[in-house]
Structure formats: C-alpha cells, structure tokens
Design a protein around this ligand. Structure first.
Ligand SMILES: Nc1ncnc2c1ncn2[C@@H]1O[C@H](COP(=O)(O)OP(=O)(O)OP(=O)(O)O)[C@@H](O)[C@H]1O
Ligand SMILES: Nc1ccn([C@@H]2O[C@H](COP(=O)(O)O)[C@@H](O)[C@H]2O)c(=O)n1
Length: 251
C-alpha cells in the first residue's frame, strides 16, 4: 500500500514553467511567415516554421522515390514514416532572408524546399497521421525553452491547443497567387499567374479536406483576411491582438 506524503506536491499543484505561444495558421501565401518572423524578432521568441518540416519530408520522400508529382498516386505511409524518423531537423534563424535556415542530418538544406513543387510534395505526405505524429514532439518541444511563434496549418488546433494567441491569417487565392508572382519575378524567375493559382487551389483543397489535422481556424482564433492589407498593417493588427491577450512588446 502506498501512504500519501502530506508534504508532497501533487502533479496538479506543481508549478509548471510555461512560455508564451503564438500560433499563426493559414493557407499558403497568406503572409504567415512574414508576420511570424517579425513577431519572433520583436519578442525575442523562437520561431517554428512547421511547413518547412513537411517540405523537408516531402522533398526527401521524392528523392527516395516514395512519391512523384502525381498527387493521385498511392503512397506507402510506413515508408514515409521510416524516412521521417531517420531525419534530424534543426532550425537556425537567418536575419538576411527573414526566415529560418533548415539543417537536416547536419547539412543545410537551402532554398530548394521553398518552391511550389516541394509545397505540393509536402501536402501529399502531410495527409498521413503517422507522419504528423512523428513530427509532433519536435514541434511541441520548441515551446519548452522560450516563447514561441509557430507558423503552420494546425498550430492552434492540434500542436498547441492551449496557445496564448491564435491567429488564422488568410487571403483570397488570387491575392496569394499575385504575391507569389511578385516574389518569383523579384527573384528573376518566370511566373505564370494561372498556373500558380491552380497549384495554390489544389494545395488548399488537399490541406483543408484531409481527415487528420485539416487546415482550419481554431474555435478561439482571430480570423484576419490580409487580401487588402499590406504586411505592415497585418503585423500591426496581430501585434495589437497579442497585446490584448497579455503579450508584452518592448518596442
Ligand atoms: N500582407 C501582404 N501583402 C502583400 N504581400 C505580402 C503580405 N504578406 C506577405 N507578403 C508577401 O507574400 C509572399 C508570401 O508571404 P509568406 O511567405 O509570408 O506567406 P506564407 O503564408 O508563409 O506562405 P507559405 O505557407 O507558402 O510559406 C512573400 O513574398 C511576402 O513578402
Ligand atoms: N502545420 C503544417 C504546416 C504545413 N503543412 C503542410 O506542408 C505544406 C507546406 O507548408 P508551407 O506553410 O511551407 O506552405 C502545406 O501545404 C501543408 O500540406 C501541414 O500539413 N501542417
């Protein structure tokens, strides 16, 4: 028989060290990465780019011949899971690019994951519950060391359901495609608006209609449509919302 120690602290009474978590969810091109970076910089918080995790797995699955560009193919979920479990992924903030650099098994991955083709691979493997589960702890652990701003599709619904702030940032598919066109043209690349729009809509459809962790606003999220807002206006609105929720900014 176990005798209760009257001086023991029970689990429910233990003071738990908890850092603030801000979730920025929404579809591709809504401006999540932009506002996430600015918030993390302003607050001195870590940044979780969860899309990068799915992009890495998607790219590696493609390179391993587990998936192709044909989204209607049958994929071996267990093989993608094994591949996911073999990857050691780390993020390093990069002030020059305003994003995080991704290190996989000790090697920097570079910008090769940041294109629509790899976004498509990511959304193919993102439907698998076992793969999502394998990436869960890594994401949640990032909130145990400091404050965190997390960018994704299911940050507020699944990964951090108790987050202090949840924002679902969206914009029309046309506005998002236009942003991609501008981004590509600025990088000296060719951009076809109609092709980009079609890819964005196909990815939205897959992300919103999958069974596990579909892209959707948490019940307690602020919905913000950025179609007619520039990046500064989005930042100011999200910052104000964070302050309303008790997050302190020094500047
Ligand atoms: N409010 C805005 N108005 C116009 N352009 C914006 C706005 N916010 C971000 N952008 C630009 O749109 C592009 C996409 O932004 P960003 O990468 O932040 O989106 P995202 O939601 O993180 O996309 P993804 O999920 O695909 O990573 C970038 O070129 C960015 O500079
Ligand atoms: N929390 C997340 C984040 C991303 N995904 C999937 O990855 C794709 C790429 O994401 P980006 O944010 O980098 O564009 C995205 O289309 C999703 O399929 C996810 O499932 N959950």
């Amino acid at each position: 028989m176990t005798v209760a120690n009257p001086n023991a602290i029970t689990n429910s009474e233990k003071p738990s060290l908890r850092y603030p978590v801000i979730c920025i969810d929404g579809p591709s091109g809504a401006g999540k990465g932009t506002v996430t970076w600015r918030l993390a910089q302003a607050l001195g918080y870590q940044l979780l780019d969860s899309g990068a995790l799915y992009r890495i797995v998607g790219l590696k699955a493609f390179e391993a011949g587990l998936i192709t560009a044909d989204a209607s193919q049958t994929i071996d979920e267990m093989a993608v899971l094994a591949l996911t479990q073999s990857l050691e992924i780390a993020f390093v903030p990069n002030n020059a690019s305003g994003r995080v650099d991704i290190i996989v098994n000790g090697d920097a991955v570079g910008d090769q994951v940041r294109n629509e083709t790899v976004g498509g691979y990511a959304s193919q493997i993102a439907v698998f519950p076992k793969v999502r589960r394998a990436l869960l702890t890594l994401q949640q652990d990032m909130a145990t060391r400091s404050g965190l701003v997390a960018d994704g599709r299911d940050m507020g619904t699944v990964v951090f359901p108790d987050a202090d702030v949840k924002v679902f940032l969206t914009a029309s598919a046309e506005a998002r495609a236009e942003r991609r066109v501008t981004q590509l043209l600025n990088a000296g690349q060719i951009a076809d608006f109609e092709a980009i729009l079609a890819t964005i809509k196909a990815r939205d459809d897959r992300d919103e209609n999958r069974t596990t962790a579909p892209s959707k606003p948490a019940a307690d999220a602020l919905l913000l449509d950025s179609s007619d807002l520039d990046a500064d206006a989005v930042y100011e609105q999200v910052k104000q919302y964070c302050q309303d929720k008790g997050i302190c900014f020094n500047s």
